[in-house]
Design a protein around this ligand. Structure first.
Ligand SMILES: CC(C)(COP(=O)(O)OP(=O)(O)OC[C@H]1O[C@@H](n2cnc3c(N)ncnc32)[C@H](O)[C@@H]1OP(=O)(O)O)[C@@H](O)C(=O)NCCC(=O)NCCS
Length: 164
């Protein structure tokens, strides 16, 4: 990790319903490219999407903060007992600085602590950043046509080193 990346001081925490506006604002600030990679299409109804994520108490949403500004959001949507689907985005101006890696590490650590076993993520084959992060955490990646599926076996991943 570069010196610049190490200097980025980040804080992480679980986000609550009271943080919803902040999350909607973050989505509204994204470039078309980030929206495309995040949603695998040109999605725009962020308010309804964010509300639906927070409406199920089994879903867990994590935030990365830089000087109290929300700069990254990672949602884990409950699929079945011990199994979640992950999606992540980092604000455009902050991408490529190690924030996504550390947010994934934070989420994996927290999910493990809660006893979760499996995390699944979907992306496109040209999303090099999320694929690079997935490899760091030993995700099993299968790509077919325009979609890649990554499965993380949480019990065998040690995300501790990527947190700092
Ligand atoms: C994907 C995303 C969350 C990653 O967060 P980030 O903070 O930008 O990523 P990081 O800086 O932690 O790590 C990116 C890694 O990708 C690697 N990478 C970047 N471009 C690459 C390329 N062309 N080929 C291979 N690896 C590449 C970087 O080298 C880095 O790894 P390193 O730390 O070992 O050097 C962020 O870029 C984003 O929000 N993108 C738009 C939304 C999205 O794609 N979401 C994921 C699908 S749900």
């Amino acid at each position: 990790m570069s010196v610049v990346k190490q200097l980025v001081k980040l804080e992480f925490r679980e986000l609550r319903s009271s943080d919803m506006k902040m999350v909607i604002d973050l989505y509204n600030s994204l470039s078309n490219e980030s929206i495309y990679y995040r949603f695998r299409g040109f999605f725009k109804d962020f308010e309804r999407y964010v509300k639906s994520v927070f409406s199920d108490p089994r879903n867990i949403v994590y935030g990365a903060f830089l000087n109290n500004e929300l700069v990254g959001v990672l949602e884990t949507v409950y699929l079945s007992d011990g199994c979640y689907e992950m999606a992540i985005v980092v604000k455009d101006d902050y991408q490529g600085r190690g924030i996504g890696t550390r947010l994934v590490a934070y989420a994996i650590n927290d999910l493990k602590r809660r006893g979760a076993k499996t995390l699944v993520a979907y992306t496109t084959p040209d999303n090099y950043r999320i694929l690079a992060i997935s490899k760091k955490f030993h995700g099993i990646i299968k790509c077919m046509y325009s979609e890649c599926t990554t499965v993380f076996n949480l019990q065998s991943v040690d995300a501790g080193q990527s947190l700092n």
